[in-house]
Write a protein that binds this ligand. Structure first.
Ligand SMILES: Nc1nc2c(ncn2[C@@H]2O[C@H](COP(=O)(O)OP(=O)(O)OP(=O)(O)O)[C@@H](O)[C@H]2O)c(=O)[nH]1
Ligand SMILES: [Mg+2]
Length: 433
């Protein structure tokens, strides 16, 4: 299989800061707090589309950044949320972060939030309480998630070649495309899938050749079932049948039954039939065989070709191209219907209340021992990131939250004093001013 890769850095939008503001009205000397909240930063969202089949574009825009949220302002005006950045990627794109798969976009129209925008900070209107009539604090907006991802595209073919062993699949691929698969006059010559690009008119088709199928292939007989998945995502099937086959209708039915057993989806895939190896046969015999297939196949178009004599090949390729375009269109219309395919968010358990306290000791040059306390945990680090450490009220709120979560208790238990340095998410402060 062709594999295409790219490395991109992803940066979701930063949340807007909350505002500090007080109502100013005629005859009211000191109004209540009315600083609005910051808007949420935009997410970076991947959208799978059939209209792309390479990752090459990402080589030219290796940084994908969503819009920041706007800051809140006075009179309780909330900042606007940042626009999400919708990034179109080819169907079949696998997204990895630090080597681990975080998304696998297999379906046209599938959306995955790859990086979450930062939350906007609360404005001071949020912090009014009976004991705090004039809160002079607001939260900062949180930074958006930012990291590098590796993209990998397992190229999906337009056309999958199916048929019995020895039907002439590899020969067809070798004649119409740049591929050079092994060809021989015995069953199961092809052991692994081959891909080739066939040019037709002003377009091209990516064609996949797989090992031959036999009765029972869907249950693992022969080589079949392991390879059916390679044609599972192709747009159109080209079913090749050796024109010398005695009971041609039965042969056709056998392969169709295997497809149906494998998956309904594969059974319903648009199909074109071609009788192969017609060189050296009289036209009326070929016609007889065509009629026999047509009786079975209903509306499915039937062609007759010779790969060795280069007969009928352009007609088949042209018909395939039309069918592929039709199939892609159906996919597009699915994509257009908004909300048809659910958006998947990666971090369902995004905020976890779990936290940990760790005492970190260092021995200085002259031997004296210093210690600080490192607090980790998604929720508390999130609060810390949103705290303006310059602001006394803001910092006190963080201390309150730590108290409520039991973190202060644990710090004391591990020996933290009023003036011991506490480190959370890159900021350092003390328990008591
Ligand atoms: N006369 C003639 N022989 C052909 C033609 N196409 C294929 N053959 C022969 O048929 C035999 C099988 O061809 P392959 O292309 O290897 O068949 P396959 O379907 O890929 O077979 P498996 O990989 O085993 O499933 C070879 O001996 C080919 O030379 C054709 O158009 N005319
Ligand atoms: Mg072959």
């Amino acid at each position: 299989m062709f594999v295409d890769t790219a490395k991109v850095s992803i940066c979701a939008g930063r949340g807007g800061d909350g505002a500090v503001s007080f109502r100013r009205e005629l005859y009211v000397e000191k109004g209540g707090p009315d600083g609005g909240d910051g808007g949420r930063g935009g997410d970076v969202v991947f959208l799978a589309t059939e209209n792309l089949n390479t990752l090459i574009d990402f080589r030219y825009k290796p940084e994908l950044k969503a819009e920041n949220g706007e800051s809140g302002s006075k009179r309780d005006r909330h900042g606007a949320a940042g626009e999400p950045l919708i990034v179109k990627v080819p169907v079949g794109t696998v997204v990895r972060r630090d080597g681990e798969i975080i998304a696998d976009l297999t379906e046209s129209g599938q959306k995955v939030v790859i990086a979450n925008g930062g939350d906007g900070g609360f404005g001071n209107a949020h912090f009014k309480s009976s004991v705090r009539q004039t809160p002079r604090m607001a939260e900062k907006g949180e930074v958006g998630e930012a990291f590098e991802v590796e993209l990998e595209l397992k190229l999906l073919a337009d056309v999958g070649l199916i048929g019995f062993p020895n039907a002439g699949k590899s020969t067809f691929l070798s004649v119409v495309s740049n591929a050079r698969p092994e060809i021989a006059n015995y069953a199961f010559t092809t052991l692994t899938p081959n891909l080739g690009v066939a040019d037709i008119d002003d377009g091209s088709l990516l064609i996949a050749d797989i090992p031959g199928l036999i009765e029972g292939a869907s249950e693992g007989k022969g080589l079949g079932d392991a390879f059916l998945r390679h044609v599972e995502r192709t747009a159109v099937l080209l079913h090749l049948i050796d024109v010398y086959t005695d009971d041609i209708a039965a042969a056709y039915k056998t392969i169709r039954a295997e497809l149906a057993n494998y998956s309904l989806d594969l059974m319903n895939r648009p199909e074109i039939i071609a009788l192969t190896k017609i060189d050296g046969l009289d036209d009326d015999i070929v016609q007889m065989q065509i009629d026999a297939v047509k009786d079975m196949a209903g509306d499915v178009p039937v062609f007759a070709i010779s790969s060795s004599a280069h007969k009928g090949l352009a007609d088949v390729l042209r018909a395939l191209r039309v069918k592929v375009a039709e199939a892609r269109k159906v996919d597009e219309s699915i994509e257009d219907e908004d909300g048809e395919i659910e958006t998947i968010t990666l971090d369902a358990a995004k905020i976890s209340g779990a936290w940990a306290v760790e005492k970190v000791e260092n021995r200085g040059k002259n031997g004296e021992l210093t210690a600080y306390y490192r607090v980790t945990g998604e929720k508390i680090e999130k609060f810390a990131r949103r705290t303006n450490f310059e602001n006394y009220e803001g910092l006190n709120r963080l201390r309150d939250i730590m108290k409520k979560l039991g973190i202060v208790h644990e710090l004391r238990r591990q020996g933290a004093e009023n003036d011991s340095p506490i480190s959370i998410g890159g900021s350092v402060f003390t328990l008591v001013e």
